[in-house]
Structures are given as structure tokens and as C-alpha cells.
Write a protein that binds this ligand. Sequence first.
Ligand code: ZN
Length: 427
Amino acid sequence: MMTWSTTDVPRLPIDHDGRPVRVHDTATGSLVPVGGGDGDGRARLYVCGITPYDATHLGHAATYVTFDVLQRAWRDAGLQVTYVQNVTDVDEPLLERAERDGIDWRELASREIGLFFEDMEALRVLPPDHYVGAVEGIPDDVSAVERLLAAGTAYRLAVPDGEPVAEGATGEDVYLDLATQPSFGAVSGWSRAEMMEVFADRGGDPDREGKRDPLDPLLWRSGRAGEPHWDGASLGQGRPGWHIECSTIAQRYLGAAFDVQGGGTDLVFPHHEMSAVQAAALCGDDCFARAYVHQAMVGLDGGKMSKSRGNLVLVSRLRASGVDPMAIRLALLSKRYRTEWEWTDQVLREAVERLELWRRASDMAAHDTVTEIGRSTVLRLRERLADDLDTPGALDAVDDWATTVAAGEPASGLVPRAVDALLGVQL
Ligand code: ZN
């Protein structure tokens, strides 16, 4: 699938010390070095994409900006990054919204994907190397589910009475049998009670009769009359479950044991847990991500910002009201990715002021001068980002530089270049 346009990333004329980026891995609960671990100079990243039924809100934007900073830190360290993102371009929420609004689900998806691209470009988020739609991935999902059935790790379940089966469908859904997978639970570390509490709210079907375990994830949904469906070879007409798309897309484009699986904390369970356990069922325990990194939720008015609650601040709306996208990006970077925080006018106001301060300093900078303060600022920026993506610490470093420039210190052009390269903010 086509992705959004890229933007140049300047290279910095100061040698990198080879320090690895460390991030917090949800699965082990510890800080781990990520990228370049195989000694082949590569880093591989998978970040779960949107379900395109509504415009990008600041919670999404925070996630994509966080992983953009990770990618920029890797590139600055000389690593060759392969970045994959999916887009869930067919799923329940999308179909329901299209029905509610009386438009074709494909039209809704393509309109919302277009808006998402505009937001990502405005925020200067580097695009993935592979942007893959769930629909595109269906042939891989089908062969994966066929293999799981053949291995006896998946089972078929008849479509409930009263749900009309589409022409060409077998009338049997397919589920993964979690009892066959000892690694289940390794990503989230959650208890069954914790899992059961959110499963239904996050797309699961614990009450479906006949499942061996209420938590077993749906792999293939046999086609129902009136719903979109695709050729599933021996599975008949139907469509894949939500999690299998990420298991197969990650495996196809990144291979086994890739560096980071990223997303919001609301994806820890079931999505990342199920994506990983399904991949393990397909190719063994160590074949999915090495680290699971999660962006904390962004709140608004005392609650989580989410579509279901309807309390969203949309990137496109802020842009339309004249807010500089670089100020939005700075506002997101002013909070550390692992800490929950709340969007307020004050957060945005501070970002606007910071952007003005930095731009005044940048305007005074001679492009090719490298001062001692400029150099130490770049080293501090690198050090802060390598330490679990400490973006507030990185912003402090640039604030200090801008303050010295305001006080009369000669301004080095190196810092605005580093701000662009590492933080993605154009001054
Ligand atoms: Zn995913």
C-alpha cells in the first residue's frame, strides 16, 4: 500500500559513541537495549497502525511520534532501520461506523487513511518502509490459519444459529487453542482475571458458546451474509480476525526476532499478547518481537482520550485552527512516553512559547559553526534519547542552549540540525 511522504533527516557531523538506545520492555518489565543487536547494523520496528474510521487524535499522534523518535535515534546511531506499520482496513468498528453513517466502508477507510497521512506529514513523522493493509495480508493469514489447523493448535467452531452464512463460506469460524501455547501471557504478564476484565471491551468474544477457552482468539471469521468477505481457500469465504494480521505482516516484512513491537498501552492485551502467541504457534517462542514498547494513554478532562468516550482532540482540527504542527509535536515530546498525562491548553501554550524561543535562537545561528556548547548540546540530546526516550530531558537540553544564545552566546547551526534530525522538529 502507498504510504505518506517522507522528509529529509540531516546527518550530524559528530561521531556517535555507539551507545545503544534502551527502552522499557513490557514483557520483562525492564530497560533493554534495542536495535543493532545482531551486529548487522540493522534495527527492525513494527508499530500497530490505525483502524481508519475516525481522524487522528492526540493519543495516536503521541504513539507515532514516540516511535518516530526511536527510529531517528537509531538512524543517528548509523543503524539501517526497517519500519513496518499495518492499517486495519477491515474490522468491526470500521464496518459499524460505515453502516451508521450510511457510506461504503471502503470509502470511509480511504478517506480516513488520507487524513491520517496528512496529519503524519504535518507532524513530520517518517513513514514506514512497508505500510500494509489488513486486506492485502489476507492470503498470508489464510495460509497461517491453515497451518495452525493442520498442526492441531487451532479448531473450528460452527457459526451460531441465526447468523446467515455467506455463499462460499464453510459456516465454521476458526480459533486458536490457547491451551496448546505455553507462552500465552508472556507479553502482558497479566492474570486471567485481568485479561477477562478487558477482553470483551477490546474486541474479544468471551461469551461465544463452544470456545475451549473464553480467551481463545478468533483467527478466521466465516463469511456472514451482508458482510465483506474474501477467498480463504480451504477456510472458505470469510475474513481474518484482528490479531492475525499483525502476526503475519510482521513475519513477512521483518522476519523472526525483530527488535521492537510498539503501540499504545491499550494494545498490551489482547492485541499484542495474541499477535505474539499466534506467531509463537506458527514458528516457535522466539520468533516475534524482542521487546514490547508501549505509549501511555493521553487523557483529557480527567479521562482517557478515546473514540468510544468521544473526548478527542484531533490533530487535524488543531491544525485547521492555525496551530503550528511543530508546536503540537513539541507538546507531545514534552511528556515522557511511559507516563500518562493530560492534554490541556497550558501544555500547548508552553509548546508554542518553546518553539518561539528555539526559533529565535535558530535564526541567530550560523549554519556551519560548531561551538563547544552546540556540540555538548547534541551529545546531551543523544544521551537523553538513548535513556528510555527521555524527550523532556532532551527538550531541556535545547532550552538551555536557546537560553545561552538569548544571553549572547554565539549560536551553533548544529543544534537546529540536531533538533530536526533527532526530534523531528523543524525550526
Ligand atoms: Zn497490531
